[in-house]
Ligand binder design. Structure first.
Ligand code: ATP
Ligand code: LTN
Length: 341
């Protein structure tokens, strides 16, 4: 049973989340975000949540939302998030997320949201835009600011959302007095953006990549290997890191290096003159070996949904203590009366 009873520590806080928009996380979520969460959990006081409110921006069957929410939490744990040290919870279980979002929305200019590239990209790719998708970054800002998070470990695609979060925190503090901690992004350089295998100039994404463009960490190893072997490369036949000129090969180099710990230049030397066949074969082996333990552990975790729900309830309880205190400061700052008792 998760030992979530401890009180917040004096370590600096980190917070991050992922949307339950698919049954499986992909290798981009794992390399770009989850591995840095794991690396930070010792030195920080960590809050890791499943962004179920954010996932409602995509129309999905309610039963599927429930299943994916549990599966996403289970994948955090299977990847190595320690529920004794980290609060693992569902965003919707801490009602202050929705509440602080309203207050922050009233401090956000329309133009700031209109500039958000994730919104523009999703609409350009055909996702129906609802108001929730438009104001998604304000909810995300609230997620972060509620916990006084100093660092936010995410992939490169989230940088603009972190900038707006910082802008909102600074503006709020200037207008209403010191209320929020201004957070720093924590984005690992090279592995921060894993690309689609079929379209290596676009990021791998749960909602917009095609099945062949993805490496889902819970997928069948044979399909993972097949997708890697049929990844789009180029006609040159030389294993060399050049993200502009050779995006497909460079993406495979980054994936291999992130999972095996072998530096990219060493991989370039090792595969010199060998063509892409043996290189892709080794990338497939490295990926399949890295994700194998997940599948077993996920089966264990999902076979006992009640235990998973207990972990999430304990995580939410701990998160709520921090979020409620911040929300009290926010209410006071903007002039909302305290509720009478
Ligand atoms: P969606 O398609 O639903 O937007 P997504 O695949 O972009 O989903 P998110 O849930 O939005 O995944 O992201 C979870 C975390 O994974 C974030 O920190 C994000 O920056 C990171 N991430 C997502 N895609 C990639 C990628 N291709 N490379 C590196 N990091 C990624
Ligand atoms: N928008 C993020 C998910 C997310 C998040 C957050 C990440 C929602 N709220 C707060 C870090 C901090 C994404 O990955 N698409």
């Amino acid at each position: 049973m998760a030992g979530m009873a401890q009180t917040p520590t004096s370590r600096p806080r980190i917070l991050s989340g992922m949307q339950p928009t698919s049954d499986s996380l992909h290798i981009g979520n794992y390399i770009g975000a989850l591995t840095s969460w794991i690396g930070l959990q010792d030195d920080f006081e960590p809050y890791f949540f499943v962004a179920d409110l954010h996932a409602l921006t995509v129309a999905t069957d309610p039963e599927v939302v429930r299943r994916r929410t549990r599966l996403t939490a289970a994948q955090y744990i299977a990847a190595g998030i320690d529920t004794d040290r980290c609060a693992v919870f569902c965003q919707s279980h801490v009602r202050e997320h929705a509440e602080v979002m309203w207050v922050l929305s009233c401090q956000t200019a329309m133009g700031e949201m209109e500039r958000m590239t994730q919104f523009k990209d999703k609409v350009a790719k055909g996702q129906k835009a609802n108001v929730g998708l438009f104001t998604y970054p304000v909810l995300m800002a609230g997620d972060i600011l509620l916990y006084d998070a100093q660092r936010v470990p995410v992939g490169e695609d989230q940088r603009q959302h972190l900038e707006i979060t910082r802008d909102l925190a600074v503006r709020f503090n200037q207008r209403f007095g010191e209320t929020f901690v201004v957070p720093e992004p924590h984005i690992l350089k090279q592995s921060a953006k894993i690309m689609d295998l079929q379209e290596p100039t676009a990021k791998m994404s749960k909602t917009s990549s095609s099945p062949k463009g993805m490496i889902d960490i819970l997928d069948d190893p044979k399909r993972i290997a097949k997708n890697i072997r049929s990844a789009v490369t180029d006609g040159e036949g030389e294993v060399r890191y050049d993200p502009e000129g050779k995006p497909g090969v460079s993406n495979l180099l980054v994936i291999h290096s992130a999972l095996s710990g072998t530096p990219v230049d060493e991989l370039e030397r090792r595969f010199e003159g060998q063509g892409y066949g043996s290189f892709k074969g080794e990338v497939a082996d490295v990926v399949v070996d890295a994700v194998a333990p997940f599948r077993e552990r996920i089966e264990e975790l999902t076979s006992d949904p009640a235990e998973l729900d207990r972990i999430l309830a304990a995580g939410a309880e701990r998160a709520r203590t921090v979020a409620a205190a911040t929300m009290d400061r926010v209410r006071e700052a903007v002039g909302l009366l305290a509720a009478g008792v």
